[in-house]
Design a binder for this molecule. Structure first.
Ligand code: MN
Length: 249
């Protein structure tokens, strides 16, 4: 199952994120989500084979061909994640604020499966902010301890390139025009409202992909919080797992 990992990491009684299901109708859409979890990063997702192939890009994509942006491949996400914008409550995987930073369509420049397997995925984007040709190139020289999930996202030289591109000047949602702070503070955002407090397990902040990229000093251990779960009307499937280490991504 392509989305097994995605579903395993999340408790859908607590997070507003959608449950992972395979999409039947294949379209070639892409989404970039700006995600302030334990670290600010951008999630770059391409629709392929009924899921969203996903990479976490710490500095975000760039329209400057001189920028080589580290992109850590993460688990496939469901296509219904496409328009997810809002807040993931504390204590949940990836807790923080999510903005739909850009959306549009993508076109593989060759056989997408062959290019993905080869680690040399060339494609064209037609979004609001991102346009033109890009390449996702898998890195061959791996650092010790690396999981082999490191790619580089690079803009190709074409009419859509913008040397000196500054992503911080584009802090708005293409869906709602809100800034990340506005989404974080907006009551109307897609937050799961609850009087339950997450906790009762070890919550570890600091993403695996950041650890594997050598950024270990940013890893933090959060203290355990006592949990009172009121009337679990939605029973959890994995009650046998009492303690779980969760990592933000
Ligand atoms: Mn993320």
């Amino acid at each position: 199952m392509a989305l097994e990992q995605y579903n395993k990491k999340r408790r859908f009684s607590e997070t507003p994120e959608p449950e992972g299901k395979l999409e039947r109708e294949e379209q070639h859409r892409f989404v970039v989500q700006k995600h302030r979890a334990s670290h600010l990063h951008y999630d770059f997702r391409l629709e392929m084979d009924g899921v969203l192939k996903s990479w976490a890009v710490p500095k975000g994509p760039s329209l400057d061909p001189g920028d080589k942006r580290l992109a850590m491949q993460v688990e496939d996400h469901p296509v219904s994640y496409f328009h997810f914008e809002g807040k993931i409550p504390e204590g949940n995987y990836g807790a923080g604020t999510v903005m739909v930073w850009d959306t549009g369509t993508w076109k593989p420049l060759g056989d997408e499966h062959a290019m993905l397997n080869k680690g040399d995925l060339k494609f064209q984007l037609n979004g609001e902010k991102l346009k033109g040709e890009f390449v996702l190139a898998k890195m061959r020289s791996r650092r010790p301890g690396s999981k082999g999930t490191e790619w580089l996202l690079i803009k190709k030289k074409d009419d859509a390139m913008k040397p000196g591109f500054n992503i911080d000047k584009l802090d708005y949602s293409v869906l709602t025009k809100r800034s990340l702070n506005e989404i974080a503070g907006d009551e109307g955002s897609d937050e799961w409202q609850s009087n339950r407090k997450a906790g009762g397990r070890t919550v570890r902040k600091g993403a695996e992909w950041l650890q594997s990229s050598g950024n270990r000093k940013t890893q933090k251990q959060e203290p355990e919080v006592n949990k009172k779960r009121k009337s679990p009307s939605t029973p959890r499937k994995k009650t046998s797992v009492k303690k779980k280490t969760r990592k933000a991504a």
